[in-house]
Design a protein around this ligand. Structure first.
Ligand SMILES: Cc1ncc(COP(=O)(O)O)c(C=O)c1O
Length: 366
């Protein structure tokens, strides 16, 4: 088995046993006939939040869970004072994750902002920082940056973009889903959304929303409930009060299982270190890039390694789906979007497996 699917679902040696242990430990407490279930569940959820905060250097109390990245963006956008956005422009690139664009297009209609979508030039699979900046004027109230794209693994220069955003007076959010856990990220945008599913090796349902304290204090989330309060047991119908921290983005009874089952992946990344995981990945994507060049296959990803996240995307001349099927038959797991083959080697992937994949591509695609 050769695994190249970290852009979809991340994994690590011993994942099955570690996730089984985490879930079964939770089960023991949850099923005990005592009153310790919720304290135990909330402690585990708190550990997950603390791990994420540590991983991205976020201030304490600035991060909470969301069901998905789309859900996290929704919670934030519907928490902002409407006048922040109404009548202005929200900027996004065409190679953002489509689900976020689906959401923004509907919010544009409801809130009354213009959604400006930056397209890449003909023949390039990603929107460059220059393309994005050219569309980013003082009329942009909010910009959503995809740090690493899912279709080309283009990695945006966040320092440059955030600096520009500050000069334009724009609120800036970053989707870190495809980069977190494989490239270093330090929270410094107004808000960050992400998922635990990819390089963090978690399970579905463990998205996160991180909001800087100044912006957080302004937010009055529409989707609120008893757990949006500092004290969920404050049940005075006329006395609702938002929690002072990121808990204000919570709503009803917290969904704890995705956090619990994702904790082993987070522990793996924190214990191994993003620098170590990133170095292994850079070595393997370097081998794949060189091998692709030798085979005459062109990159959909940027050619410069420091402009890429953890994946390498290749244009295939023929039927990419058929190549993916044949690779699977040989025990090599990849996927394709249109004619683009997506390759994401992680901690369980070896250099020998990269050479085997290139050997197979020589027969099937070159
Ligand atoms: C860049 C990016 N953002 C977000 C997501 C997932 O969003 P959601 O959790 O809303 O499905 C993905 C999934 O592949 C992604 O690649």
């Amino acid at each position: 088995m050769s695994y190249f699917l970290y852009h979809s679902i991340g994994t690590f040696a011993g994942k099955e046993a570690a996730v089984t242990r985490a879930v079964s430990d939770f089960t023991c407490h949850w099923c005990a006939e005592d009153d310790g279930q919720w304290p135990d569940a909330m402690t585990r959820r708190g550990a997950f939040i603390a791990s994420w905060q540590r991983l991205i250097g976020a201030p304490a109390g600035s991060l909470t869970l969301a069901e998905s990245v789309t859900g996290a963006l929704y919670a934030l956008m519907r928490g902002l004072p409407e006048q922040r956005l109404a009548g202005g422009v929200v900027l996004v690139a065409q190679d953002c994750f489509p689900s976020l664009h689906f959401l923004l297009a509907e919010l544009a209609r409801r809130i009354g902002f213009t959604l400006r979508t930056v397209a890449p030039p003909q023949g390039r699979a990603y929107v460059s920082d220059d393309d994005f900046l050219a569309a980013w004027g003082q009329d942009v109230r909010l910009a959503l940056i995809t740090w690493v794209t899912s279709t080309a693994s283009h990695m945006a220069d966040l320092d440059r973009l955030l600096d520009h955003g500050r000069r334009m007076g724009t609120l800036v959010g970053v989707d870190i889903t495809q980069g977190v856990g494989i490239r270093p990220y330090a929270a410094r945008a107004d808000f960050t959304v992400g998922s635990s599913l990819k390089w963090l090796c978690g399970v579905p349902g463990a998205g996160v929303l991180q909001v800087m304290p100044d912006l957080l204090a302004e937010c009055q989330p529409e989707f609120r409930g008893w757990f949006s309060q500092a004290n969920p047991f404050s049940w005075d119908l006329d006395g609702f009060a938002f929690a002072p921290d990121a808990r204000r983005f919570d709503n009803g009874t917290p969904n704890v299982l995705p956090a619990i089952a994702s904790q082993p992946g987070l522990d793996h990344v924190l214990q191994t270190g993003v620098a170590v995981l990133g170095a292994h990945n850079r070595h393997l994507t370097g081998l794949l890039a060189q091998g692709a060049a030798d085979l005459g296959l062109s990159l959909a990803s940027p050619a410069e390694a420091d402009r890429r996240g953890g994946s390498l995307m290749l244009h295939l001349p023929g039927n990419a789906a058929a190549v993916v099927d044949e690779l699977r038959r040989r025990g090599i797991y990849t996927d394709a979007r249109g004619s683009v083959l997506r390759l994401s080697p992680g901690s369980v992937t070896t250099a020998d497996q990269c050479h085997d994949l290139l050997g197979a591509l020589k027969q099937l695609a070159a």
